[in-house]
Ligand binder design. Structure first.
Ligand SMILES: O=C(O)CCC(=O)C(=O)O
Ligand SMILES: [Fe+2]
Length: 198
C-alpha cells in the first residue's frame, strides 16, 4: 500500500513538527522499514531527521544499561485515545480507561539481523514501563529521552524532488521539521512488514 505523506489534496500528515518516532510501534509487529519518495518539497523547513538508536544505546553509562536491560515498554497508540483525556508523556493517571489494546516491547531491542542493541523508545509518545511505579518510570523515561535526542545521534536530510530514502525502523527513529502551511509538501511512503521485537 502506498500512503500519501502530504499536506494537500486530503493528505492527513499536516504541516507541524513530528517528534522522533519509529512507525507503528504500538502494534504487535511494528514495521521493519519504510521508503519515502519526494514529489514536491517546500522552499523552507520540512527536513526529515533520522536518529541512530544503536549509537544512543551504546552511549549510555553501564549502570543505566544494566538498569534497563530487561524492562518492557508500552507505547500507547496516539491515534486511538480519548481526545478529552489529558495528554501526558507517561501514563500516570490510572483512572483513565484504556481504549486500545497494548503490546509491550523490550525497551532495549536486539536487531534481528545485526544482533546489535538499540534503545527502543520514541521521543514524545505516551509510554509506560511495565512493573515500575509511575513516578519512577516517568523519571527514567525523561532521563532516557534527554539522552536520546542529542544531535550527535542523528542525521538531517534536506529533501530534493526525486529523492527516495529507505530506513530501518528497527534501528532508527525519525523526526519531521514543521513547514509553512502555505507551501506544498508531497511524498509517498511504503512501509514494510516487521516481526515481533525481542
Ligand atoms: O514527513 C516526513 O518527512 C516523515 C513522515 C513520517 O513520519 C513517516 O512517513 O513515517
Ligand atoms: Fe513516521
Amino acid at each position: 500500500m502506498v500512503i500519501p505523506i502530504s499536506n494537500v489534496d486530503g493528505g492527513y500528515t499536516g504541516t507541524g513538527e513530528l517528534t522522533f518516532h519509529s512507525d507503528h510501534k504500538w502494534t504487535p509487529t511494528p514495521s521493519s522499514g519504510s521508503l519515502l519518495y519526494a514529489l514536491e518539497i517546500p522552499t523552507h523547513g520540512g527536513d526529515t531527521y533520522w536518529l541512530n538508536t544503536n549509537l544512543a544505546y551504546e552511549a549510555l553509562d553501564e549502570a543505566t544499561k544494566e538498569r534497563i536491560a530487561d524492562l518492557q515498554l508500552i507505547t500507547y497508540n496516539p491515534f486511538l485515545r480519548d481526545r478529552n483525556a489529558p495528554r501526558s508523556l507517561y501514563r500516570l493517571d490510572k483512572t483513565i480507561p484504556l481504549i486500545s489494546p497494548i503490546f509491550p516491547h523490550p525497551l532495549v531491542r536486539t536487531h534481528p539481523e545485526s544482533g546489535k542493541k538499540h534503545l527502543y523508545l520514541d521521543a514524545a509518545t505516551e509510554v509506560e514501563i511495565v512493573g515500575l511505579e509511575p513516578e519512577e518510570g516517568s523519571k527514567l523515561i525523561e532521563q532516557l529521552r534527554q539522552h536520546l535526542t542529542q544531535p550527535k545521534f542523528y542525521y538531517k536530510h534536506k529533501w530534493s524532488v526525486g529523492d527516495i530514502v529507505y530506513w530501518d525502523n528497527q534501528a532508527t527513529l525519525h523526526y519531521r521539521q514543521a513547514f509553512d502551511p502555505n507551501e506544498r509538501r508531497v511524498l509517498k511512503r511504503v512501509s514494510l512488514a516487521g516481526s515481533r521485537p525481542f
